[in-house]
Design a protein around this ligand. Structure first.
Ligand code: ASP
Length: 601
């Protein structure tokens, strides 16, 4: 994305931005302000100073000015002139011109920057960058990322406003929300011993807005979750959060697609016209993931029936699938295969079968694998045929239960085939029909919610739910109950999720009952929502997607920290402000808190 072509942005101190000057300005006397990005001596008296502001660089030819150092803040007044023949810099937007006859005013001196602000910054230790984030933010990449982010927010707001959504701010100091992560808590001074939670999301408040007749709510909301940090996760993150009344899943998908499309168009110029859909079951079956990266193929291929009568013990499993790495045999050494086998075991597989596809002397294809001798001709032929094996390919098979087979091959597919973040285009996908429950807790024998406990079951599965809730049928069969929950996935990243909510007290009671949430507990945790529902709840549905993730993918960054102005490190610290910090005894006293000695390491 280029810098928005705002007007010259003249201020009291400058007439133009550095990056906007072009041959058409030749002859004009201008004043530009910024940081001295680079200084090169030019003969005895003259120096070239590249002056930088957010819009770009401008070469200024300065007489004297020996005391000017890197990152000094300058105001330079001079005349725009064409660069001498042969010195035009095509790589620079202002490369055809320079500022001559300059007078320089030093607005601020600067210590030498803690790291170079050019391409080399990418190799600088992240803690050093974050400790001096204000310097880091001056870099082109960071300026682009922040401005792209602002453009995305602006586009999303416009798209939501256009669709009649109303921006409502919900509180930051709340009682806990049921998103399933750990809360950040804030002690109350006025009610010692009591705590607010920071919102994991505005979930309950947006549902209250629906009861309150807001009809269509949205918010660019900051959410807080105390989870281990990763490349795509921070303690605090920003979501587009939305909720609609009298709406179906379809309505939400259309509204959110419009917002994502507007954001994408604002950055790339391309609208998103059609987002394909896949059911959760299909996504798991074909990609081994509920957030499939569909920029590449390598789909999981069903082989269970090929081994229905196998004599090979390791293949007497309820689910066998395979993937094919096209032309992968030659580039994959035996030691890499051993590593992959170990990795697959760490992911939960009992083993990993690999097969090199070779052409024998008789001209026929053969599968070369340590386990080939245990398989019948028909089985080997079945594998080759199903996977579309060709000479030079490498095949991988896993035999286990359905979930493990899909999971392990899904990870292996990514490991072997996933393109870099900035290749393969942007492939959005709706994953629909998620299960209502993700597992049965072995300790309690009860199902565990896959989304949150207010997610509406699939209309066709309400009967099954009612059956188990009334004591017929076993808990295991609940895993087949689908929900009206859906995720938006972009290049293998979960951008967001949402659901149609339960607004019927009888269904809500059934779900709470199955989850083992007693009436007392439900009342204690979200009594206010259940109470509100007694006063006339419209059917409603909603969604939230991560803006940090969307922006990162739009600018081709692997790590969301690159699109957040002041992020935390992987260990949750802020090297700039030193947060989290201790608080003093007076503050502790006021809050009625006493600290335990820190745990021994
Ligand atoms: N509150 C959910 C989340 O933050 C999204 C939703 O269901 O609307 O993930």
């Amino acid at each position: 994305m280029s810098t928005p072509s705002a007007p010259e942005q003249a201020t009291a101190l400058r007439t133009h931005l550095c990056g906007v000057l072009r041959p058409e300005h030749v002859g004009q006397t201008v004043t530009v302000c910024g940081w001295a990005a680079r200084r090169r001596e030019h003969g005895e008296h003259l120096a070239f100073i590249d002056l930088r502001d957010h819009s770009g660089l401008l070469q200024c030819v300065v007489d004297g000015a020996h005391d000017i150092r890197s990152e000094y803040v300058l105001a330079i007044t001079g005349t725009v002139r064409p660069r001498p023949e042969g010195t035009v810099n095509e790589a620079l937007a202002t490369g055809e011109v320079e500022l001559g006859e300059c007078s320089v005013e030093v607005l601020s001196v600067a210590e030498p920057p803690p790291f170079p602000l050019d391409d080399r910054a990418a190799d600088v230790d992240e803690t050093v960058r974050l400790r001096h984030r204000y310097v880091d933010l001056r870099r082109d990449d960071m300026q682009r990322n922040l401005r792209t982010r602002a453009a995305v927010n602006r586009a999303i707001r416009a798209a939501m406003d256009d669709q009649g959504f109303v921006e409502v701010e919900t509180p930051m100091l709340i009682a806990s929300t049921p998103e399933g992560a750990r809360d950040f808590v804030v002690p109350s001074r006025q009610k010692p011993g009591n705590f607010y939670a920071l919102p994991q999301s505005p979930q309950l408040f947006k549902q209250l807005c629906m009861v309150g007749g807001v009809d269509r709510y949205y918010q660019i909301a900051r959410c807080f979750r105390d989870e281990d940090l990763r490349a795509d996760r921070q303690f605090e993150f920003t979501q587009l959060d939305a909720e609609m009344s009298f709406a179906s899943q379809e309505d939400v998908l259309v509204a959110i697609t419009a917002a994502v499309s507007a954001a994408t168009a604002a950055v790339t110029g391309d609208e998103v016209t059609d987002v394909p859909r896949i059911t959760w079951r299909d996504a798991m079956d074909r990609y081994g993931s509920d957030k499939p990266d569909v920029r590449f193929g390598m789909e999981l291929v069903e082989l269970t029936d090929v081994f229905a009568a196998t004599g090979f013990n390791a293949f007497k499993a309820s689910c066998i699938k395979g993937i094919r790495l096209e032309g992968g045999s030659e580039s994959t050494s035996r030691s890499r295969l051993d590593d992959l086998t170990d990795t697959a075991k760490r992911w939960g597989a009992k083993g990993l079968v690999w097969m090199r596809v070779e052409r024998g002397e008789d001209g026929a294809l053969s599968l070369n694998s340590p386990i080939a001798k245990f398989l019948s001709e028909a089985e080997l032929a079945g594998i080759a045929e199903r996977l579309g094996a060709a000479e030079g390919d490498l095949l991988f098979l896993v035999a286990d239960d359905w979930a493990t087979t899909c999971h392990v091959l899904g990870l292996l597919r990514l490991e072997l085939g996933r393109p870099p973040v900035d290749e393969g285009g942007r492939r959005l996908l709706w994953v629909v029909d998620f299960p209502l429950f993700e597992s049965i807790d072995p300790a309690t024998g009860r199902p565990v919610s896959a989304h949150h406990p207010f997610t509406m079951p699939h209309a066709e599965d309400l009967g099954l739910l009612a059956e188990v809730a009334s004591g017929d049928g076993d808990a295991e069969s609940l895993l087949a109950v689908r929900s009206q929950a859906y995720d938006l996935v972009l290049n293998g990243w979960e951008l967001g999720s949402g659901s149609v909510r339960i607004h019927r007290p009888d269904v809500q009671q059934q779900v709470f009952g199955l989850l083992g949430i007693s009436e007392a507990e439900a009342q204690h945790k979200f009594g206010f929502l259940l109470d509100a529902f007694r006063f006339g709840a419209p059917p409603h549905a909603g969604f939230a997607f991560g803006i940090d993730r969307l922006v990162a993918l739009l600018v081709g960054e692997e790590n969301i920290r690159e699109v957040i102005a002041f992020p935390k490190t992987q260990s949750g610290a802020d090297p700039l402000t030193k947060a989290p910090t201790a608080i003093d005894a007076v503050q502790l006293d006021e809050l009625g808190l006493r600290l335990l000695p820190p745990p021994a390491d």
